[in-house]
Design a protein around this ligand. Structure first.
Ligand code: GLV
Ligand code: MN
Length: 194
């Protein structure tokens, strides 16, 4: 859903001093074959963390060759029992393919309807732009998915981290009212994301 490109390519100059919607292009005379290739999704991510999952983003920041082309990919590794926690992408629809393992993929719509399915290797899914979704490893082996987006920078709002781990912190007065719980519950959750 990014704007259409106006030239063959525009390898991002991430260090560029001018500010535009996207990134300025590095001079064509400096472009090499390397600019069109990226090996950042080749290696397994470290899932030894509290979610038991790891998302490696292959967006324009990691792979400057994607600049202005309106696409990007991620690699998601999930340990048995691990969760890629509920999140949304404000700027892209996501599709994905499960390469290995067994995964419950769930989507919650803007009207609060929950759609989900258990996937096995080779199966694909789609997450409409902006909708909250998650992937839970329901198998006994590690799960691997590759995801693709129609934006060079989809953005990711991880719901729990966003509300409870922001800096500065969202006032407890807001969160107790939003979740209809008392302050000790909010403090406990905040302590996990601080
Ligand atoms: C998975 O949901 C991803 O955003 O890569
Ligand atoms: Mn996603």
């Amino acid at each position: 859903s990014d704007p259409d490109p106006l030239q063959d390519f525009c390898i991002a100059d991430l260090q560029g001093s001018i500010s535009v919607n996207g990134f300025p292009c590095k001079p064509a005379s400096n472009v090499t074959s390397e600019d069109f290739f990226f090996d950042g999704l080749a290696r397994e991510g470290n899932t030894n963390n509290s979610f038991g999952s790891n998302v490696i983003q292959g967006n324009v920041l990691a792979f400057p060759g994607l600049n202005t082309l309106g696409i990007s990919m991620n690699r998601v590794d999930i340990a048995p029992g691990g969760l890629n926690p509920p999140h949304s992408h404000p700027r892209a629809t996501e599709s994905g393919i499960l390469i290995q393992g067994q995964l419950l993929v769930g989507i919650i719509t803007t009207s609060g309807v929950f759609y989900a399915k258990n996937l096995t290797a080779g199966q694909m899914f789609v997450i409409p732009r902006g909708l909250v979704h998650f992937q839970l490893n329901v198998g006994n082996e590690k799960a691997l998915i590759y995801t693709a987006f129609n934006s060079h920078m989809p953005g990711a709002v991880i719901v729990s981290v966003n509300l409870f781990g922001s800096r500065p912190s969202v006032p407890n007065d807001v969160l107790t009212k939003a979740f209809l719980v008392n302050e000790s519950v909010i403090d406990q959750i905040k302590s996990k994301f601080g």
